[in-house]
Design a binder for this molecule. Structure first.
Ligand code: NDP
Length: 293
């Protein structure tokens, strides 16, 4: 079994970006700028925002931090987005999800100028992704599925005609993942909570992408010998260790069970997570470059 090391692949992507940003700075006397918008203090969001900010600064991206009170109104948030849309030195806008319940998430994402959509969630960018003729190099593609694709490509296997099963149909992971794998000429099945005989469907897959949000749901009996398993899930669970209760992160795949059957598998943590952040930095750099073309 090969462990797909997301930390290492993400580091290599960041190194490439660091060099590229240096070259861009020499050429344009300017570097990409990323506005990071967080509303409230959801603990997981704060962890992600901190990691994204740190990584962005390390590769040479300017970060504009906007940490807003959880009681902000939808209008106030939309006003900020509209301001960032016109701010010259902001190339990418990231709104950390989830947003408080009184704010319509889709309305916020729709307000982000498509050319500054660092997460690739705007309907225009989603549409471009689904139209296969667009060149990936200039597209703002949702970060998590693009990170998964990079990891798959690192395996240097022929993806053409492979049976890929994606468990989860969210707008941010499952659906764009399907678009990317169809583009690679995989035969794609998208499964979800209403799917019948999910285990049987997974067992037929050459590639499984798990994006469900259910700890260790995918067990050994679900995976074909030699399949590639990419685990997007990040679930916080409590375990008892040395007589103490500890919080740990696990994926949607039961790693210990599946690792001996899969030919390659991502760990959690240290798999897809770091790739998501690296791809956010990539999108910000693409948005900056697109400004000059
Ligand atoms: P969502 O909750 O938006 O979507 C979950 C999907 O899983 C839905 O399509 C749902 O089906 C499906 N589902 C739920 N239960 C089952 C089941 N029993 N059998 C089959 N399908 C099921 O989650 P996200 O896509 O946002 O995230 C998925 C996981 O990935 C989470 O753990 C999240 O934390 C993690 N994540 C990790 C990232 C990273 O960087 N590594 C980034 C983003 C997310 P239905 O549509 O029918 O409800």
């Amino acid at each position: 079994m090969k462990l797909i090391d997301g930390k290492k692949i993400a580091q290599s992507l960041r190194e490439t970006l660091t060099k590229e940003i240096k070259t861009l700075k020499a050429k344009h006397n300017n570097v990409p700028g990323l506005a990071v918008v967080q509303v409230g203090d959801v603990a997981a969001s704060s962890v992600y925002v901190k990691a994204k900010t740190k990584n962005a600064k390390e590769v040479g991206i300017n970060v504009f931090d906007h940490h807003l009170d959880e009681n902000i109104t939808e209008k106030e948030l939309l006003d900020l987005i509209n301001k960032l849309n016109t701010q010259e030195d902001v190339d990418g806008i990231l709104v950390q999800l989830p947003l408080p319940k009184n704010i319509n998430e889709q309305k916020v994402l729709d307000t982000i100028k498509p050319s500054k959509d660092a997460d690739g969630f705007h309907p225009l960018n989603v549409g471009k992704l689904s139209i296969a003729s667009h060149n990936d190099e200039n597209l703002l593609i949702p970060c998590t599925p693009y990170g998964v694709l990079i990891m798959l490509k690192e395996l240097k296997i022929d993806l053409i005609g492979k049976n890929a099963v994606i468990v989860g149909r969210s707008n941010i992971v499952g659906k764009p993942m399907a678009q990317l794998l169809v583009k690679e000429s995989c035969t794609v099945t998208i499964a979800h909570s209403k799917t019948k005989e999910l285990q049987k469907i997974c067992k037929n897959a050459d590639i499984i992408v798990a994006a469900v949000g259910k700890p260790k749901m995918i067990k050994d009996g679900w995976v074909k010998e030699g399949a590639i398993v990419l685990d997007v899930g990040i679930n916080r669970i409590q375990v008892q260790k040395d007589g103490k209760i500890k919080n740990i992160l696990v994926g949607d795949v039961d790693f210990q069970e599946v690792k001996n059957t899969a030919s390659a598998i991502t760990p959690v943590p240290g798999g897809v997570g770091p790739m998501t952040i690296a791809c956010l930095l990539r999108n910000t750099t693409i948005a900056f470059k697109n400004k000059y073309t």
